[in-house]
Design a protein around this ligand. Structure first.
Ligand code: PGA
Length: 229
């Protein structure tokens, strides 16, 4: 059976208090509904401001979750006002989202910056979740990738936050092409994912998980995705 990755990307949502509330209802829901998590890696990506407290709460609640940062500085520690670097992230997370289309679009992140972020992720033993919307985005950073220490998320632009997901067939085809280039790296699908459509993506031969935005903001909706995965 393939191992499944289920990643919650909260984007720029939730303060510390809301993060704590989410984790508590997630924990209660998990127990109440007896949701099985064997074979599923559940990864939560809160904002930097909530990451430390989320980590602390998850430990207290003994939640079967790991954490990701949503971003990493393209520079190592030093005089880079406002940036959070790999060394700082590594204390609180094992994964980091790199190259999300929202960063490419709203913050002008280019391939060169993404390549720097990937190499610093590797330096600090963070597993990058590299988001791409087409194969050309893989090409330009290929030399910074370590195939067995990487997750790739295929997220077509039209599907993000639109309520209009890609078809499982297209996404699987894309995942197959990514694997052809990168060996057996796990490939995730992201874009308007919910509890009703998750199974369709995960039962394909090449998709190993999902990256969930909007539907991960509500703990019980995210739980339903895990349940149906
Ligand atoms: P969405 O976002 O699930 O809200 O479409 C996915 C993502 O941007 O990672």
């Amino acid at each position: 059976m393939k191992k499944l990755f289920i990643v919650a990307n909260w984007k720029s949502n939730k303060n510390i208090e809301e993060t704590e509330e989410w984790l508590h209802s997630f924990s209660e829901g998990l127990k109440r509904e007896g949701v099985k998590v064997e074979g599923k890696k559940i990864i939560i990506a809160p904002s930097f401001t909530s990451l430390e407290h989320a980590h602390y709460c998850a430990e207290n609640l003994k939640l079967p979750v790991e954490f990701a940062a949503q971003n990493i500085s393209p520079y190592d520690e030093g005089a880079y006002t406002g940036e959070v670097n790999g060394k700082q992230i590594k204390e609180l997370a094992d994964y980091v989202i790199v190259g999300h289309s929202e960063r490419r679009r709203h913050f002008g992140e280019a391939e060169e910056t993404i390549a720097k972020k990937l190499s610093l992720s590797v330096k600090y033993h963070l597993i990058p979740i590299l988001c791409i919307s087409d194969l050309s985005q893989l090409q330009s950073v290929a030399h910074n990738l370590q195939p067995n220490k990487l997750l790739i998320a295929y997220e077509p632009l039209f599907a993000i936050g639109s309520g209009n997901p890609d078809t499982a067939e297209n996404a699987d085809n894309m995942a197959a092409q990514i694997k052809k280039k990168l060996g057996d790296s796990p490939v995730l699908y992201g874009g308007s994912l919910n509890a009703k459509n998750v199974r369709g993506f995960l039962k394909t031969p090449h998709i190993n998980g999902v990256l969930v935005g909007g539907a991960s903001l509500r703990p019980l909706d995210f739980l339903a995705i895990i349940k149906h995965a």
